[in-house]
Design a protein. Structure first.
Length: 475
């Protein structure tokens, strides 16, 4: 009997630690599974690897390693009559590869919380200069080490099922705080080009506080206060800087209305910007003094969208005053010099419109994990320059309107411009292959500006042909 008891005790001493280890292991695996489930439920990474192969028939105003195309440059004639800007170029890069993280699914009482962090590798490319025959030549910004840069970073708070007056419908309110798409730029066209239709439409991501109030089933009101960071206003010396807003101490303001029903979306709104181009100036005695320059502009727009099945139609039109901070055309001039040394300004006005049409669906044999789709896309855009709202003052008294009196981001001699861009986009699962032809034509003047900052003499058209191949792998 004693022997059996001893054996039982010994077995217990051996088995208890084993059972304990199994319990610890089970607890660890349970905790690991819980953490994994939490991460999968609340943190959703995404992104893509994208390459562009781009050919241009002539020199153009462009950014982001020449892939973000604005317009072809005007002719530059030498003594033999040769156009030095009629030079073709080719490049391919993958610096617009993107990574992002959506944070969703958190709730405290009646408040929903979410967020986003998004970046790509645009930063780090440089423009270099070289000297040949004592002439300074500025090269294209297509060299350097691509570095990660911030695209979006915001937190969003939401409140759903809020009772409305009458009690029949309910409202939902979302508050976004951080950097994300400008409300004017939220409705982008369907072109595969990096510029997404700019400068024919707004393209801007900015720090902001935005409120969206969905009132019932069909109507949404949007209001936002925004600041400038990457997309900037132009000022004295044709420098683009957030300093003009810094000293102006006034956020950019947006107010919009959206109506949506059965595949249709109509949106209208306006953007108001008030900046201070200078905070220091000189009075009538040549003494440097503090000045309170200010220019306030308003840019209204309308947007229409219709989607049904494999067909999509979008159209947008903006009447922009000093729209350069949204990657459109803009600028402004000095209309008066006050006795205290401050300036009064007048904005440049542009009418800017675009349409995009998409049609296409599934092709070939379908596999659940690798759906195939061929889409045809057509984009068209038009810009008209109306010049400054009021006459520009000849501050220097030299009989010319120059960049001493008129500030603009690119070419002031542009009168009108159009673009047509047909595209084929083929999708196989997460892989996309796009081929796009883009023709952009600009009407330039001779560069001599009248009192409304228009160049209306010596009118001529300059055209660039761009052929672009895109490969993209989404994950």
């Amino acid at each position: 009997m004693k022997r059996n008891i001893v054996i039982l005790v010994l077995c217990s001493l051996i088995l208890v630690p084993a059972f304990a280890q199994d319990s610890v292991k089970v607890a660890k695996e349970t905790k690991k599974a819980a953490v994994k489930s939490h991460l999968k439920q609340h943190f959703k990474p995404y992104g893509f690897i994208r390459n562009y192969f781009t050919y241009d028939s002539r020199e153009s105003w462009s950014g982001t390693a020449d892939m973000y195309n604005y317009q072809p440059k005007d002719q530059k004639l030498n003594d033999y009559g040769d156009d030095l800007n009629a030079e073709s170029t080719f490049r391919f890069l993958s610096l617009t590869t993107r990574v992002g993280l959506n944070i969703v699914g958190y709730k405290w009482r009646n408040t929903e919380f979410s967020g986003k962090i998004e970046a790509d590798f645009y930063a780090g490319l440089s423009t270099k200069t070289s000297s040949v025959d004592n002439t300074i030549k500025e090269t294209h910004a297509v060299s350097g080490v691509a570095q990660l840069r911030l695209r979006q970073a915001y937190v969003a708070l939401g409140w759903d099922s809020l009772p409305m007056l009458g009690g029949k419908d309910f409202a939902r309110v979302d508050l976004t705080i951080g950097q994300t798409w400008h409300p004017m730029a939220a409705d982008l066209c369907d072109a595969i080009a990096l510029n997404s239709g700019a400068p024919f439409g707004p393209f801007n991501r900015s720090p902001q506080v935005k409120m969206d109030a969905r009132l019932g089933k069909y109507v949404t009101l949007t209001a936002a206060g925004l600041w400038q960071m990457q997309y900037l206003s132009t000022g004295p010396g044709n420098l683009q800087s957030a300093e003009y807003m810094l000293y102006g101490k006034t956020p950019e303001a947006y107010l919009g209305l959206s109506i949506h029903d059965k595949g249709w979306l109509f949106r209208a709104g306006a953007d108001v910007l008030s900046i201070q181009p200078r905070h220091l100036g000189k009075d009538a005695y040549g003494v440097q003094v503090k000045v309170n320059d200010r220019i306030t502009t308003a840019s209204p727009f309308i947007y229409l969208q219709y989607k049904k099945g494999e067909f999509s139609f979008k159209a947008k039109s903006i009447f922009a005053e000093s729209g350069e901070h949204m990657n459109m055309y803009g600028g402004y001039g000095i209309k008066a010099v006050n006795a205290d040394g401050s300036y009064a300004y007048t904005p440049v006005r542009h009418s800017t419109s675009w349409i995009s049409i998409v049609y296409g669906g599934k092709v070939g044999k379908q596999e659940e994990k690798h759906p195939q789709k061929l889409q045809g896309i057509l984009f068209g855009g038009y810009v008209h320059n109306f010049g400054t709202k009021e006459e520009v003052m000849d501050v220097n008294g030299d009989g010319k309107i120059t960049n001493a009196e008129f500030f603009y981001p690119r070419s002031a001699a542009m009168n009108q411009m159009w673009r047509l861009s047909p595209t084929l986009l083929y999708t196989v699962g997460k892989f996309q292959l796009g081929l796009e032809y883009e023709i952009t034509s600009v009407q330039y003047g001779d560069g001599k500006l009248d009192t409304h900052a228009l160049s209306t003499n010596g009118l001529h058209w300059i055209t660039n042909h761009r052929l672009q191949l895109m490969t993209k792998y989404n994950f």
